[in-house]
Design a protein around this ligand. Structure first.
Ligand SMILES: [Zn+2]
Length: 598
């Protein structure tokens, strides 16, 4: 590659900013949260570095109302202009500065349509008394609530002052308050530099409950007990993670349990992971999600993909790390189940996208596209499969030492696929041609599909589930099957193994014995509903409608709606439910579903 190409390779196609010319280093955010108008308004003051003494600094914005911009101590406004509006990227904001400019203060407000923000009515919360607000900035939605250089390759520290209604509390991806105060004004500080997609804010009727010295949970009062029980082992997870890949660098690790409309399982906002309440299964069976978000404190938050085309460096590493944490805590048999379920997901995604699809390469090409579109399970599960492949080639001890060094070397910095490969060459391969061939980076990273040499995981616990499944399919009534002590993972495997076509009587036999339709476990419900839809098992209709109108997690919604629209009758059902449910979904989910159901 020529130098010029190299520069282009690390160029973020999803940001208008030019950080090599003028770059933001610190943000002071001062905003008021208005639940009536559904807007945030105030100022974003940046300390900048004008590297090339240019006359202009560029920020990303989407749907923001910019009132005025001031420089340094000037009371006179500077000029700025907004560029062409792109549906996905929004508008570049060109601010005229001087070569010696140190700070830029932008007075602005958001609009009720801001895609990162979800405003919930009291009815949409657990407590039903107070409204709730949360942000989701990843991948490129930070620009819909803050004018910002919105690229994962740019890091800033920040402080914030946030005014909220007095009966509510605000929390951010920063040092957080532990209780409400009288004034409704909250101050925040994040002293470690973070990328823009980790800017996060939530406002609601929140309480805090400590778990360990360094860990705790924020949730609505109605949810805090269940959450404290479910996540009681988060401290142990932190210890296990540190043992694997070095010290936790963010001081506290807390969770914020959101209302059910949160579109993701979790979002790894630093110091404060945002998490869906759909993992509150009452038996701690879905907590690998917390291990995942915690693992991001290293892979993603500490060492960050420079662009969304390198997303596998965030997610593949995190899935690998997540399973290592779970293995450390609950043993190999347990981790093997997660590995097999992940492998099934990967096969499913490969079938879905097509094994020759360019989107099945680890290094993605997302120019001209919404990054959210190209970010599939490939980054997660094929990324993980590749790291497992390398681990098996060099041995676990060597690979762990390598990962430790990787996290240390690139801490609070960014990484690209090329940088990772250079590091792999210099630290692990070290000129060993045979090993290089075995590791086979080109095939894994730049080719579509899954290389044949990949490791196929197996689980001894699942082997027993498979026997049980066989017995049922050969006629043993469900009530007579031995399912004692099965975890959610075994149940999920069992449900996934069920035949596509089942008679009403077979469906009823399972449901009567195992009560799938009324399961309190979201993973089991979501997998079961797919069979109910395919086999027109209308007994599950009501439970499915309740699920779809209360839960906003995209991972569950997409396959269920997809299964529904496969038949004309199901499509009618889907549209009727969607009309009711849509106001309850975050924009991240509706963007996908609108397209699917149009
Ligand atoms: Zn993740």
């Amino acid at each position: 590659m020529t130098v010029n190409n190299l520069a282009q390779a690390s160029q973020d196609v999803h940001s208008y900013s030019k950080p090599k010319e003028a770059v933001a280093k610190h943000l002071d955010l001062d905003i008021t949260v208005d639940f009536e108008k559904k807007i945030l308004s105030g100022t974003a003051t940046y300390q900048i570095k004008n590297l090339t003494k240019t006359n202009q600094i560029i920020f990303d914005t989407r749907g923001l109302k910019i009132e005025k911009v001031l420089l340094d101590e000037d009371t006179k406004e500077t000029t700025f202009k907004l560029g062409n509006d792109d549906k996905v990227l929004g508008q570049p904001m060109f601010v005229d500065i001087k070569p010696e400019t140190k700070t830029v203060t932008i007075h602005y407000s958001t609009t009720p349509e801001a895609a990162a923000l979800q405003w919930l009515s009291p009815q949409q919360t657990a407590g039903k008394k107070h409204p709730f607000l949360f942000t989701q900035s990843q991948a490129i939605l930070a620009r819909t609530w803050i004018p910002i250089q919105d690229s994962p390759g740019i890091r800033i520290t920040y402080s914030a002052s946030v005014k909220v209604p007095k009966e509510l509390m605000a929390v951010m991806s920063a040092e957080n308050p532990k209780e409400k105060n009288e004034t409704g004004e909250y101050k925040f500080l994040m002293q470690k530099a973070i990328p823009s997609y980790l800017m996060a804010l939530s406002v609601g009727d929140l309480v805090f409950r400590p778990i360990g010295e360094q860990t705790g949970i924020y949730a609505e009062p109605a949810t805090i007990e269940a959450a404290a029980y479910e996540f009681a082992e988060m401290d142990k997870m932190l210890v296990a993670a540190e043992k694997l890949y070095g010290k936790y660098r963010w001081n506290r690790y807390d969770l914020l349990v959101l209302p059910p409309s949160f579109p993701f399982g979790g979002m790894e906002n630093p110091r404060l992971t945002f998490v869906t309440p759909t993992v509150l299964a009452k038996d701690r069976s879905l907590t690998s999600l917390i291990a995942h978000e915690l693992a991001h404190s290293w892979s993603g938050n500490l060492v960050t993909n420079a662009t969304w085309e390198d997303f596998w460096l965030n997610e593949g590493f995190t899935v690998y790390f997540e399973r290592r944490i779970m293995e450390e805590l609950y043993g190999k048999d347990y981790a093997d189940m997660l590995e097999v379920l992940g492998y099934q997901d990967l096969q499913h995604t490969l079938d879905d996208l097509g094994r020759n699809s360019e989107d099945t390469r680890l290094k993605l090409e997302l120019d001209g596209r919404d990054p959210d579109e190209g970010l599939t399970d490939i980054a997660y599960e094929k990324g993980n499969a590749y790291l497992v492949h390398i681990e098996r080639a060099v041995g676990r001890d060597k690979f762990d030492a390598f990962l430790n060094k990787y996290f240390q070397t690139f801490a609070f910095g960014t990484t690209t696929t090329d940088r990772f490969l250079d590091f792999l060459n210099s630290e692990l391969i070290k000129g060993d041609e045979k090993l290089a061939e075995q590791i086979n980076a080109d095939a894994w990273i730049y080719s579509a599909g899954l290389p044949e040499e990949h490791y196929t995981p197996a689980s001894s616990l699942f082997a027993k589930v498979e026997e049980t499944s066989q017995a049922w399919q050969q006629g043993t009534p469900a009530a007579q099957l031995n399912t004692k002590d099965w975890s959610s993972h075994e149940w999920l495997h069992f449900i996934r193994l069920l035949p596509e076509q089942m008679s009403q009587q077979k469906m009823a036999d399972l449901d009567k014995a195992f009560n799938f339709t009324n399961s309190g476990n979201s993973e089991i419900l979501a997998a079961w509903f797919l069979h109910a839809i395919r086999n027109n098992y209308i007994t599950a209709d009501q439970a499915m409608e309740i699920f779809l109108t209360s839960v906003g997690r995209r991972k569950f919604l997409v396959p269920i709606y997809k299964a529904l629209i496969a038949t004309p009758e199901g499509k009618k059902k889907a549209l009727a439910i969607y009309a009711k449910a849509r106001p309850n979904y975050h924009a991240v989910s509706t963007v996908t579903l609108d397209e699917m159901l149009k």
